[in-house]
Design a protein around this ligand. Structure first.
Ligand SMILES: O=C[C@H](O)COP(=O)(O)O
Length: 258
């Protein structure tokens, strides 16, 4: 099996203005050393208004921290008030963009067709989508989590080529574990992440499935990260609350340390 470099991505959600963004990235960079970057790719996903400041800091100080956005328009240009295009994000050197986060699906009614259009928009502009999938509590209680997540995956990947799919990041985030402190067990995470990988092999090829990083997200913190990340098919974490404190985020990034 190819070695996948773990990805630890911090989704700031709607937190931190551009000045606070600079302070947080500086603090994070100060807390990390070369070994940390060898063990994991570190990415922050700040609000749109912070991206230019983060870009300037990362470029100016030659930081090894990557960054991206939390959303992207399905459109490339035009009369779409309030939207941010992939071209705009690419100009800010964003490497990644979240697509289909459960909060977008819930509060902005994003459906599978829109998520699919946003995945394709990201690829048009050379940005890697971090595709979020995950089930709500009712689905989990009914034991339908795998079917639910695979249907989301199929919908998001419609007309996405193998060459594109090879670069995608998929984040499995059970909605009942987001911001609740209720983390999935390592076994829960592994079950769904393995099913995602198996579906990628069916849709594309074993090579594509082997290349794709599948993350777990939902109440990940320094103390529960090692257990979750020890699972074979979990290649990192999408972190919300715990990434807002640099020292806690550093602990997650050091998940492999005893
Ligand atoms: O995007 C991140 C996730 O929604 C997880 O958030 P959380 O770590 O605060 O539960």
């Amino acid at each position: 099996m190819a070695k996948r470099l773990p990805l630890i991505a911090g989704n700031w959600k709607m937190n931190n203005n551009h000045l606070e963004a600079i302070a947080l990235v500086q603090k994070l960079a100060f807390g990390l050393n070369d070994k940390d970057y060898d063990n994991a790719e570190v990415v922050v996903l700040p609000p749109f208004t912070d991206l230019r400041s983060v870009q300037t800091l990362v470029d100016g100080d030659k930081l090894k921290i990557g960054y991206g956005a939390q959303d992207i328009s399905a459109q490339d240009k035009g009369a779409y008030t309030g939207e941010i295009s992939g071209a705009m994000l690419a100009k800010l050197d964003c490497s990644y963009v979240l697509v289909g986060h459960s909060e977008r699906r819930e509060y902005h009614n994003e459906d599978e067709a829109l998520v699919n259009a946003k995945v394709k928009a990201a690829y048009r502009h050379g940005i890697v989508p971090i595709l979020c999938v995950g089930e709500g509590l009712e689905v989990r209680k009914a034991g339908q989590q795998v079917e639910h997540v695979l249907a989301q995956l199929d919908g998001a990947l419609k007309e996405v080529t193998a060459e594109q799919a090879e670069r995608i990041v998929v984040a499995y985030e059970p909605v009942w574990a987001i911001g609740t402190g209720e983390v999935a067990t390592p076994g829960d995470a592994q079950e769904v992440c393995a099913a995602i990988r198996a579906r990628l092999a069916e849709l594309y090829s074993p090579e594509v499935a082997d290349a794709v990083r599948v993350l777990y997200g939902g109440s990940v913190k320094g103390d529960n990260a090692p257990g979750i990340m020890a699972e074979d098919d979990v290649d990192g974490a999408l972190v919300g609350g715990a990434c807002l404190k640099a020292d806690e985020f550093v602990k997650v990034i050091r998940f492999g340390e005893k």
